[in-house]
Design a protein around this ligand. Sequence first.
Ligand code: FAD
Ligand code: EPU
Length: 348
Amino acid sequence: MQSQTQANLSAYHTFGIDQTCQHLVHVQSVQEIIDVYQHREWQTLPKLILGKGSNMLFTQPYQGVVLVNQLLGKTVTESTDAWHLHIQAGEDWPSLVAWSLEQGFSGLENLALIPGCAGSAPIQNIGAYGMEFKDVCEYVEFLDLTTFQTQRLTREQCLFGYRDSIFKHQLYQRVMITAVGIKLDKQWQPKAEYGPLKALPQHALTANMIFDQVCSVRREKLPDPERQGNAGSFFKNPVISEQQFQALKPRFPDIVGFSVEGGVKVAAGWLIDHCGLKGLKLGGAQIHPNQALVIVNVAKASANDVIQLAAKVRDTVWETYQIHLEHEVRFIGATEETYLDQLVERQA
Ligand code: FAD
Ligand code: EPU
């Protein structure tokens, strides 16, 4: 088991902000995870499981042990109607999507180029271009961090929702996901109703065409973390009541929203953009000039630059529309997860 003390986390999260942790350990097997949790000197220290760090903001130096997920391996079995992929949690998600198409297994193409590990995909039920992880999930396998037993949950038991699952609630901090089971139907059905996919020739679609289109739109719309640190959408798209949406319409006729269960899901990027915040800089952090939902590290941003800029967005959006934005990015404090509202009081 490889471990470092006082390690710099900048290469371990996509914001690329300098921040340290007390111990950094790469785990390559379930036994190594158990060893970390049973390590005599580390037993009382807080622990954080890290995939590729593409949904993380370290707000302070982390005073505990960071476990970097490196559980690797893929196996495929076949049934009459589907391919069944058993994927170890540390496998790289975008590589998995490309690999599965090369093997001739269609079904993951809409989720191309989403950074992160396969084992992180169920946590916020990753989604893009009309599809979510739940649509292909057969099961999620995890290690219970109290009993050190491995268990499986079916898709239904994972309680998936928009950027949500049981792993953010009942099982929060109690398990480490070790593998995911993905079922890809041999009778492939394209999903091409979402925005830029509609332009494709619907009668002659292939999975590779969807993959290429998703990759090209994502490359055009989203900043590449290799060049400009970021964690994708910083906030979730909020769901407001139909009544509130209709009340906003006369003032903001172009407001973008669509009906979902429980109300109207509004495009947070539109809200931020239309209160004039696009391109705003604070220290080394900036609201991306082309995609207002993304905060980028343009010039050695500190965590505080990002926090203050995010607070400015939250407050301006509230003042303008009376809509509260909730951050999708996970904020990690010195010993535990923290939240923007705890770090900076709401001004409005
Ligand atoms: P991390 O950021 O390392 O971890 C995320 C959370 O999961 C943390 O709380 C961590 O403690 C926990 N965790 C990680 N691994 C485990 C495990 N094995 N067991 C238990 N807990 C664990 N997301 C979307 O849904 N759709 C998108 O289109 C999308 N686009 C993005 C584009 C860019 C440029 C970027 C940077 C991010 C984007 N994201 C998107 C967000 C991100 O890709 C996903 O949230 C991804 O699933 C995070 O994976 P990760 O391995 O980096 O997780
Ligand atoms: N918009 C603006 N101005 C902006 C940004 C967006 O007006 O600066 C408008 C767009 O014109 C569009 C609407 O807002 O009408 C939605 O924009 P887009 O299609 O780019 O999607 P998004 O809501 O910004 C969501 C996900 C992304 C996912 C894409 C594609 C959330 C929080 N974000 O983004 O996921 O890739 O849809 O499906 O749900 C992520 O979670 O990190 C992420 C990148």
